[in-house]
Write a protein that binds this ligand. Structure first.
Ligand code: HEC
Length: 131
């Protein structure tokens, strides 16, 4: 009785091992799909510090409503208007922005932050658009 069971177990194991080996050989070799560790996902939004300042000081008026005020919500729109933005923020061309009567003005540090960002070519960052 015991001998019969042992034979059954051995027989049952045999074909299974062969099957596994066959699959392993048949499996196609796949090239490594993972990117190299230094590769980061491309950033497309605004730098978070820039976004926070413009959200607080500009978004109230420059989101496309009313339509007579030029809108800039995205980095792409800001790139297209970067010289005008720099001129208004620095006060060198046109009426200063934010307008003088606006209660939320830029601090000196915030003005420097925006002007440095524009001078660097408006590099992308990890935060999104103005909302
Ligand atoms: C209280 C509303 C208000 C706020 C806040 C405000 N703006 Fe303006 N902005 C205006 C209006 C109105 C105009 C159109 C009149 C003019 O050109 O001065 C304008 C015009 C501009 C222009 C000129 C666009 C062009 O086509 O010539 C720029 C650039 C600008 N704003 C940038 C900014 C920036 C940057 C901020 C934030 C730091 C800001 N504005 C905050 C109301 C605002």
């Amino acid at each position: 009785m015991k001998r019969a069971l042992l034979i059954l177990v051995v027989t049952a194991c045999g074909p299974a091992e062969e099957l596994e080996t066959g699959l392993a050989v048949a499996a196609p070799e796949r090239p490594m799909q993972q990117p190299p560790p230094q590769q980061q996902p491309a950033l497309t939004g605004l730098p978070c510090d820039v976004r926070d300042v413009m959200q607080a000081a500009c978004a109230r008026c420059h989101m496309g409503s009313p339509p007579n005020i030029p809108a800039f919500r995205t980095r792409t729109e800001m790139i297209a208007m970067s010289e005008k933005i720099a001129g208004r923020v620095s006060g060198t061309t046109g009426a200063p922005m934010p307008p003088r009567l606006e209660s939320r003005q830029l601090s000196a540090a915030e003005r420097t932050l925006l002007l440095d960002w524009i001078a660097q070519g408006l590099p992308a960052g990890a935060c999104g658009d103005l909302q």
